[in-house]
Structures are given as structure tokens and as C-alpha cells.
Design a protein around this ligand. Structure first.
Ligand code: G3I
Length: 371
């Protein structure tokens, strides 16, 4: 969708030094700007990023929070067999965070989708409810036990089917039904009573995501009503959020809908984290300056709205540079140009999105930080 730049997108370009005569960029690290407001700023880090020294230096400079992109997922920890653990990738990320005193998040203990469960598990299944519960509890205990430094876990990820708003049918629910979610939270709380436990999902703001949002809300309400130890709602923040495809506007109507949704979540007493922010630019204009400005405008609008909520405690991007973004391979652009989904370009130069995040953090109200 091609359109003129809004005033905000123009401002984002100016903030990034992309327009002649624009304001000088503020070079304070994003986590420093975040901390001034009681927040933390961070990124996902994966195997590729870990092997890239220039990128790691940038991560260390900008970020105070970190999450492994794939390394805590079941398919990464136990790819081939039930009793074979592969900890090396997750250990390296934990060490990187510990060496720099970064806040480490964990993603994820129960990714309730069959497409991301290892083949051996789908082949053998989990048996009865009791067997499933024993397996899941042991898994959660083992992973949490290895990483006591992790203070915030995405205990359950993406368990609501966007098409129906119901719980997805998976190898886990076939054994435990909807109880799988509750079992995971209770096991996580037992293993790490101090950790902040999150439900994390990618529901979007558009009308086509209404069922997804409603389903997520029903799940959160049920968990709270049953006294399940859940503290945080993880809003992934992949823009365009959800399954809405090519929609790249955040209209006033969308913003009203989204606020109504977040208000309901807040009403349940949950804190908020933006866990996976980026912009899928598949359908944005080819020209990089225009593309970056539109992406920055979307990020700015989204962050301004979310930062209004003092329950929002952290903002994590899903990759800090276009060099290491999952979106380079997912949903390629029709013109095959490299994607530009993150705050820094592939040469590690800051883009308009970096300025948009900085400006949003600077304008955010103060809040009580997580200890
Ligand atoms: O590690 C193998 C490598 O050995 C092989 O050569 C290569 C060939 O395809 O694949 C590599 O594995 C890939 C893995 O990322 C590591 O790069 C998988 O194919 C690929 O499917 C996997 O994608 C990840 C995806 O989750 C599925 O786990 C993305 O990196 C990761 O960014 C993405 O993250 C998810 C969040 O967990 C949940 N929310 C949505 C978000 C984006 O999809």
C-alpha cells in the first residue's frame, strides 16, 4: 500500500537524521532512555547474532534486557530424542546476559503449536492426562532449574487459534486438554516463585483479529479466576500484528479497539511487556527512506499507545538489526529486496525506527520499575 508520509513519519525521519535540517539524533542508549522511565529495553538474540561481534557490541550498548530467539524452545532443547538435551545455545545466551548484568527473559516453556513441536514428540504423543502432566512438569522444572537468572518467562506462547479464538489442538492438549496451560504455569511458579510469569501471543489490532483478541482475553480471565500464578501479558508486537496480512495502518478505530483490549487485560491486574517488536515491511514501498519512515511511524504510534500504560515494564525488539531478522526469510517481498524490519540496518546504522523508539521512550510517563 503506497501512501504519503504522515507528519509523525516525517518527524521520525528527521529524528534519525534522514531529512535535511533534521534534529540531531540522541545517542543515549535505548536502555538508558528506558530506565529513566522505569522501563527496560532489549532484544532477542539468536545463534547467528551470537556469532557476530559487531552486532553483539551493538546489543551490549543499546540493551538492558535479552531473550533467546529460539534456544529455549522445546525443538531446540530436545530436537531428536526424549532424553537428549542440547543446552549449548541457551547457555551461551545466558552467559552473555550474565556477563553484562542484563535482565534475561525466557521464551518459551510451552509453545502450544504442533508445527513447532519436535517430530519425536508428535510421533510418540504424551499419553494420558497424568502422563502428560508428569512430562510437562518435569520439562518446566528442568529448564527453569538450569537458568535461575531468568526473571521473566513466557510460560505459554500462542495457545489461542486466531481463526476461532479457541485453544489450539496439539500434542499437549490431546493429553491434558486445556489444563496444559494451567499445569505449565503452576509448575513454573513452583520452580521459580520469584519469576514473573507471562502468557505471550501475537493477536493484532485489526478487525480480523477480533476473535483472536477475544480468545486471549477469555483465557486470561479463566486463568485469573482459577488463581493460576500468571503475572504478565506478553504482547509480541509484530507489526502488522496478527494474521491480517498486508494491513499496515494503525487507524484511530484500530487504536480504540486495541486500547479497549489492553484495558481489559489491565483490569485483570497483569503487567505488560512488548516481547517481540518489529515491522514486517513486505508490502511497504521499495524506497528505503520511505519504507523506514512508515515503519517508524507505526512503531511510534504503537509505542505511544502502549507506553501510556504504566503496567508496561519492558520493550524488546525481535532483533536489533536487519542483518539478523527472522523476517528476511519469512514473507519475502515481491521485489525480493532485503527487508528492513528492525531499528538498525544491515550495516548496523540506526534507522528512523531507532529514533522513533528513542522518542517514544523519552515521552513516556514514569512508572515503578520491576525489581
Ligand atoms: O537451525 C536450523 C539450521 O540448522 C538450518 O540450516 C536452517 C534451515 O532452514 O533452519 C534452522 O532453524 C531455523 C531456526 O529458526 C533457527 O534459525 C528454523 O528453520 C526456523 O523455522 C526458525 O524460525 C524461528 C521461528 O520462530 C520458529 O521457531 C525464527 O527464527 C524466530 O524468529 C521465530 O520466532 C517467533 C517466536 O518464537 C514466537 N512469535 C513469533 C516469532 C516469529 O515467528
Amino acid at each position: 500500500m503506497l501512501r504519503r508520509l504522515t507528519r509523525r513519519e516525517g518527524l521520525a525521519m528527521a529524528g534519525a537524521g534522514l531529512l535535511a535540517g533534521g534534529a540531531a539524533p540522541d545517542h543515549a542508549p535505548l536502555d538508558v532512555l528506558a530506565r529513566r522511565k522505569g522501563l527496560r529495553f532489549g532484544t532477542a538474540l539468536g545463534a547467528e547474532g551470537l556469532a557476530d561481534r559487531g552486532y553483539l557490541a551493538l546489543v551490549a550498548r543499546e540493551c538492558g534486557a535479552l531473550v533467546a530467539e529460539n534456544e529455549h524452545k522445546l525443538y531446540a532443547l530436545k530436537p531428536g530424542a526424549p532424553d537428549e538435551w542440547r543446552w549449548a545455545g541457551a547457555d551461551r545466551i545466558a552467559a552473555f546476559a550474565a556477563d553484562r548484568g542484563m535482565f534475561l527473559r525466557g521464551h518459551t516453556l510451552l509453545w502450544n503449536r504442533d508445527e513447532f513441536a519436535p517430530d519425536w514428540l508428535k510421533r510418540q504423543g504424551l499419553g494420558s492426562q497424568a502422563e502428560g502432566e508428569r512430562w510437562l512438569t518435569a520439562h518446566v522444572r528442568t529448564v527453569i532449574g538450569r537458568y535461575p537468572q531468568i526473571r521473566s518467562w513466557d510460560v505459554v506462547n500462542e495457545t489461542i487459534d486466531p481463526a476461532t479464538g479457541a485453544m489450539r489442538d496439539t500434542v499437549f492438549t490431546r493429553a491434558m486438554g486445556a489444563d496444559a496451560v494451567e499445569i505449565a504455569f503452576r509448575a513454573a511458579h513452583e520452580a521459580a516463585p520469584q519469576a514473573r510469569l507471562a502468557y505471550n501471543d501475537y493477536m493484532g489490532w485489526g478487525p480480523s483479529d477480533a476473535k483472536h483478541r477475544a480468545g486471549v482475553l477469555r483465557l486470561l480471565e479463566r486463568l485469573k479466576a482459577r488463581g493460576v500464578p500468571i503475572h504478565t501479558f506478553g504482547v509480541q508486537g509484530h507489526i502488522p500484528n496478527g494474521d491480517a496480512g498486508n494491513v499496515v495502518v494503525f487507524s484511530q478505530a484500530d487504536q480504540r479497539e486495541w486500547r479497549a483490549f489492553v484495558d481489559e487485560v489491565r483490569g485483570l491486574g497483569l503487567d505488560l511487556v512488548i516481547t517481540q517488536l518489529d515491522v514486517n515491511d513486505t508490502v511497504l514501498p521499495a524506497d528505503p527512506t520511505r519504507r523506514d519512515a512508515i515503519a517508524a511511524g507505526l512503531v511510534r504510534d504503537f509505542l505511544d499507545l502502549m507506553l501510556d500504560y504504566r503496567e508496561l515494564k519492558q520493550v524488546l525488539v525481535w532483533g536489533l538489526s536487519d542483518r539478523h531478522s527472522w523476517l528476511q526469510t519469512w514473507w519475502p517481498r515481491p521485489d525480493r529486496l532485503p527487508k528492513r524490519p528492525t531499528p538498525y540496518d544491515a550495516e548496523l546504522r540506526p534507522k528512523a525506527m531507532r529514533a522513533a523508539i528513542a522518542d517514544a521512550l523519552r515521552g513516556a510517563p514514569e512508572r515503578t520499575p520491576w525489581t
